[in-house]
Design a protein around this ligand. Sequence first.
Ligand code: CAA
Ligand code: NAD
Length: 292
Amino acid sequence: MKKIGVLGGGLMGSGIAQVAAQAGFTTVVREVTTALGDKARANIDRTLTKGIEKGKVTAEQREKTLANLAFTTEVAALRDCDLVIEAVVEDLEIKNAIWRELNAVCPPRTIFASNTSSLTIAAMAAASGRPDRMVGLHFFNPVPLMKLVEVVRTVTTSDETFRAAFDFAKAVGKEPIAAKDNSGFVVNLLLVPYMLDAIRALEHGIGTIEDIDKGMMLGAGYPMGPFILADFVGLDTLYKIAEIMFTEYRETRYAPPPLLKRMVLAGMFGKKNGRGFYDYSGEVPKPMSLGI
Ligand code: CAA
Ligand code: NAD
């Protein structure tokens, strides 16, 4: 593989593009507008600069990474990629519309991979027009720092595609694991109910946002408490994930809590727009009162 396409330059798309470019792949990111493409580029540059400050990235690596990156608004610009990784909003119709558009311009050899959190790869295989070359590549947030990638084969994925996706994950410095094409794969099957349970605990007045976060960090060794983590994932994304997993499993532990729904309706998407369980406008995140 030489050339990688990334659909979406949001939280995940920009991270995936960074690690691909950093590993030496020519990487093209498709965003819906030029302004969003510029924002994705600036985010990648910021992370690389932080990496330099931490002594993890050299100035030369930053230059090379940025030189390997291109941004476009045209899906057709990804036509000569060997692998295209999709990281657009968690919405099956939007994802499948893009797969159809891409299938019309890419040669049959191009592998299509989705970074979906909760949809099944099977739900996208038909729209991809290449069910044997459709696979899941589930990266974790923040992509440059998290080591894991879940590589997901659905019933139609060929051995060759699975191996190529697994090898790609290794080539970008990650530790891949194989996961079954189950909504939520391995990690979100366990992690999503945990975040939703924390919200339910807050709704039931069991503890404050700060105390529940502190409890899980200091008492269970998590690097982030569940509310900081939910804000970090994005509450809009977490809500969509919960809806999809609840529809799939019909188990109450995946049901989105009413408080989460109200916050998303109020436009509180977490860290990415400055307001979620915490207010990010100051130097230190401050817990929101949320009228509870
Ligand atoms: N480039 C390269 N390396 C960097 C870097 C950069 N820009 N910035 C930091 N690093 C390195 C640091 O040097 C450090 O390395 P060492 O441990 O070798 O010293 C390491 O990365 C951690 O960096 P920090 O010490 O600055 O960061 P931290 O200790 O505050 O940890 C964190 C940050 C890794 C994000 C940690 O808080 C964490 O693991 N949080 C939980 C994240 C999580 O659970 N993510 C999953 C979300 S769910 C998901 O993704 C799935 C889904 O579908 C929703
Ligand atoms: P985000 O909100 O940061 O970015 C969403 C992206 O989708 C943006 O690039 C946006 O321009 C694009 N988009 C929105 N509407 C579109 C449309 N109609 N057509 C084409 N593109 C459109 O979201 P994110 O957190 O980067 O999530 C992207 C994917 O990655 C989702 O499938 C999500 O479930 C998955 N994921 C998220 C996380 C996380 O922690 N946030 C972790 C792993 C996987």
